[in-house]
Structure formats: C-alpha cells, structure tokens
Design a protein around this ligand. Structure first.
Ligand code: SAM
Length: 231
C-alpha cells in the first residue's frame, strides 16, 4: 500500500468521501488516504492529524514528496484538536483504530464538530459502542460496508448529523444498514462468529472455575441473535 495504491479497505473508505470535500483524516499515519484523494482530484483540501511523532513525520514526508504542502496540512495533534474552524472541514475520517478509541476521540473533541460534517469510520472492533455513540449524539448511519482483507473483517460506518434516530440493540450490534442488506461478507462473518461463540460457550461449560452468569447470558444472547439473523 502507498499513496498511489490504497488497500482495498482504504479504497472503500475513500469511496465514501464526497467529491470536493474538505477532509480531516484523524490518525492518518502515512497520510495515504488524503494524499491519494488529492492526487485524484477528489478533494479540495485536507488536514491529516497524527498524535505520534513517527507517523506524523511519515505523513509530512509523503505530502512533501507529492508537492501537496499547500493543499494538505499535517498536524501533530490529539484527535479532533487537529481541526480548526477556518479549515471548514466537511468530512472526517477515522480509520484503523479501535471503536472505543474513536468514541473517546469523538467525545473529547465534540466541540470541534460543527453539526454538518459527515463521519467516515472504519473501526477495528468496538463497532456496537461506536454506533451507540453516534445514536446518542444525533448521528444517523447512512451507509455501512463490510469487507474482508488479509483474513480480517472490516466494517465501514458512514454517519451524518441530523434527526434523532433510535437503533435497537440488534441494530447496534450488527449495524442497521448491514443488517438490512445482509451482503455475502456479512453472512460469512456472522457464520464464523457463531461458530466461535458456540465454541466459547462450550468452553465455559467445561471450565473448572465458574464463569460469571452474566457473561454466559451475554454470550447466549449473542448466539440467539446471530442464529436468528442467519436463519
Ligand atoms: N488511518 C490509517 C489507516 O487506516 O490505515 C492508519 C491507521 S493506524 C493503525 C492508527 C493511527 O492512529 C496511528 O498512526 C496512531 O498514532 C493514530 N492515533 C491513535 N490515537 C490518536 C489520536 N488520539 N489522535 C490522532 N491520532 C491517533
């Protein structure tokens, strides 16, 4: 992967960035996403935010190598602190970090969201918690994707501010759009998850030390949901 050839995961994220957007890519690492989109002429301006020195330096190098210093600002900053009002950011991407970290970043940086920006999120785990944060903060999930790359399942969640939406516990767990569409990757993922969870329940039964009742009940609930969805 590089700024010319994105991974399939980042390519699918890129597809949800509106043409002409002013993008803030938070946790940008090498800056591949904003650089690729700028080279394709898909975005007007970008901010690449990074909290760590090494990826920040790498993003800086890539932006300079491609002569994009005037169009992409690289900022060493924690989360949404990378965004300033004068950037007039219209879309924010957060990719390749845990859903809980994303929730923390969004919660701490709430005051930097202007109530209009599209969020394009690709969490590595913690998807239900992230959907819950979106619901509680007035975001509607307008699109979702699930793809498998290098033996990992990736979910992409696209949300826009507007209107109070209430998602059921099952919608938060599977994703409201994914649940409705039930694409092939979705069925494969949940078949695999069902096998894993059934195996875990069997291990709980064999365990010498008692597994807390709550934990077993939670797994049983998940198994029931998945079985029902795949039926
Ligand atoms: N977004 C790229 C992608 O999806 O390929 C890079 C993902 S990389 C695994 C996660 C990056 O997020 C790391 O470079 C890390 O330093 C950065 N990061 C983690 N927490 C952050 C925060 N609070 N603010 C900004 N960047 C953060």
């Amino acid at each position: 992967m590089n700024e010319q050839t994105l991974s399939r995961r980042l390519e699918r994220v890129a597809a949800h960035v509106p043409q002409g957007a002013r993008l803030a890519d938070i946790g940008s690492d090498h800056g591949y996403l904003p650089v690729a989109l700028m080279l394709r002429g898909s975005i007007e301006a970008a901010v690449a935010g990074e909290v760590a020195q090494t990826p920040y330096a790498s993003a800086l190098r890539n932006v300079r190598k491609n002569g994009l210093e005037d169009r992409i600002a690289i900022r060493l900053a924690d989360g949404l602190e990378a965004i300033e009002p004068q950037d007039r950011i219209s879309a924010i991407s957060l990719c390749g970090m845990g859903g809980e970290t994303m929730c923390e970043i969004l919660e701490r940086g709430k005051h930097r969201l202007d109530g209009e920006q599209r969020l394009i999120l690709q969490p590595n785990g913690g998807e239900p918690e992230l959907r819950l944060w979106l619901m509680r903060n007035g975001y509607r999930i307008c699109s979702e994707e699930l793809l498998r790359e290098n033996r990992f399942d990736y979910e992409i969640i696209v949300a826009e501010p507007g209107g109070a939406v209430t998602y059921t516990a099952e919608q938060l767990y599977f994703g409201p759009v994914l649940l409705q569409e039930k694409c092939e990757a979705f069925v494969f993922k949940w078949r695999r998850m069902l096998r894993q969870k059934q195996q875990t329940l069997a291990n709980f039964e064999r365990a010498r030390d008692a597994v807390p009742e709550e934990k077993t009940a939670d797994f049983n609930r998940q198994v029931a949901w998945i079985t029902q969805v795949l039926a």
